[in-house]
Design a protein around this ligand. Sequence first.
Ligand code: DGL
Length: 277
Amino acid sequence: MNDLNPEQAIGVFDSGLGGISVVRALIDLLPHEHLIYFGDTARVPYGSKSKDTVIRFSHQISSFMLEKQVKMIVVACNTASAVALERLQQNFDIPIVGVIDPGSKAAVKLSPNKRIGVIGTSSTIRSGAYRSAIQKLDSAIQVIDQPCPLLVPLVEENWPNDGVLKQVLQSYLKSFENNTPDALILGCTHYPYLKTAIQEVIGADVRLVDSGEETAAEVQRVLAELELLNSKNGDPGKHKFYVSDFPQKFEETAARFLGRPLENLFKVELEVLEAYK
Ligand code: DGL
């Protein structure tokens, strides 16, 4: 492993702005850590793209992160974690943490009846990554999974918690109706923003697992184990945000996801990104 030191930043990447939900969880738990976020806003969504394409994009972004001298990479995007994490861990010589294992571990702990639900993008569900991570921990657990492709655009649109959203959720969550899980993994960066609506539809007895929050705890654990936690002084960490495009309503969406306007924001041209291997 390269020479890493606690003062280096943690790199966090996502297909777009949704991964800011993971940044928020990291800031809450590790306020002294410097963060470098990359959102691939020019090429979002990843959730409907092929595995090879998502692996290629994830590789380019990880190379960019390495050039920024991060001490760890967090793959905030569930789709990229599902299809590209293993490849990244093989090809890059720094700790790389995805969201699938932390979310799965937390759900297993919350499932006395050995029944877990997973919702995510089409690619995440098709990959079976959550299913195999859960069943590796406990092969007796029944996993019920459901792709919910309409939810990302609804969150991006800031759609209100109204009849339309409820109907969409009811239709997707029907798969769990006669087979209620103990826990439901929110296996997509955008779903934590729909927690209230999802809880209302699935019922109060089902525990919602936010993979982003669980991942922040895993990052803390891994950094502590490697003695890489930035605890030298009490200053708040610095946060830098890189994106590959400024699409319409960018500022509004980013500020809504982060809870405040984005500062230290930079654009990386797509041809620069594509030059990374
Ligand atoms: N970030 C993606 C995920 O968590 C959702 C958005 C997309 O499809 O790119 O799977």
